[in-house]
Design a protein around this ligand. Structure first.
Ligand code: AP5
Length: 217
């Protein structure tokens, strides 16, 4: 199964991508995670991407095509893949189509995560990330059991992701509307199947809806 998970910031692409990746035993390539890892290691990619990420802007298409090419050329991607956060512009979607053609592969579907904006803001402002093990929590979704500043898994400190601060969230949502939302029309007019997921509800409820939508692995 080769899928793209498309949707606004905070729609739950990462959360559901991890669950689907585990169930179907196929790798998930999340460009945001790849970039954050590069930033934390101080690589040339990380140094180039950081200022765009901090501002809630998109990293340039040419840079992102390099990231996608490397991910999709990994041997593990041969048996299927989930792309989370890529493509994000029409130019990236065109680049992905070429990349897949080179590999004689194709997308089975693009899954669009539909979530109203107030819920996106609620999820992003409530996200907390463990600075030791990377576990992700949400104040709004519960599960922290009173300890709102330490990780239930390892005791590490919970922090707000740099780009989840209100002013950056506003810009990420604007950038999404301007640069990424047009992809819905682009895919509607392409040969690729576009599936719409109602991504509102608990994580478990959305997981069930996603499984019903994409079917068996
Ligand atoms: P990236 O990390 O991809 O950010 P994003 O798309 O804005 O994604 P998020 O992680 O905010 O949202 P998500 O939909 O994955 O939701 P999640 O499951 O985490 O990108 C970061 C930056 O990198 C970009 O701004 C850009 O600068 C750059 N970048 C990355 N890819 C790029 C590209 N292709 N081109 C150019 N630049 C690129 O959930 C969010 C929160 O909600 C969590 O706390 C979670 O626990 C909670 N949650 C999840 N599901 C539910 C639910 N059902 N109910 C309640 N809470 C929930």
């Amino acid at each position: 199964m080769n899928l793209v998970l498309l949707g606004p910031p905070g729609a739950g692409k990462g959360t559901q991508g991890d669950l689907l990746s585990e169930r179907c035993e196929i790798p998930k390539y999340a460009t945001g995670d790849i970039l954050r890892d590069a930033v934390s290691r101080g690589t040339p990619l990380g140094r180039e991407a950081k200022r765009f990420m901090d501002a809630g802007e998109l990293v340039p298409d040419a840079v992102m095509m390099g990231v996608a090419r490397e991910a999709l050329h990994a041997p593990a991607a041969r048996k299927g893949f989930l792309l989370d956060g890529f493509p994000r512009t029409v130019a990236q979607a065109e680049g992905l189509a070429e990349l897949l053609e080179e590999r004689q592969a194709k997308l089975d579907a693009v899954v669009y995560f539909a979530v109203p904006e107030p819920e996106l803001v609620r999820r992003l402002s409530g996200r907390r990330v463990c600075n030791a093990c990377g576990a992700i929590y949400n104040l709004a979704a519960g599960g922290l059991q009173g300890a709102i500043d330490s990780c239930g898994a390892c005791g590490g400190q919970l922090e707000i992701r740099d780009d989840d601060r209100p002013e950056t969230v506003r810009n990420r949502l604007r950038v999404y509307r301007e640069s990424t939302e047009p992809l819905l029309e682009w895919y509607r007019e392409s040969a690729v199947t576009l599936l719409q997921l109602d991504a509102v509800g608990t994580v478990e409820e959305v997981q069930k809806k996603l499984e019903d939508l994409v079917g068996c692995c």
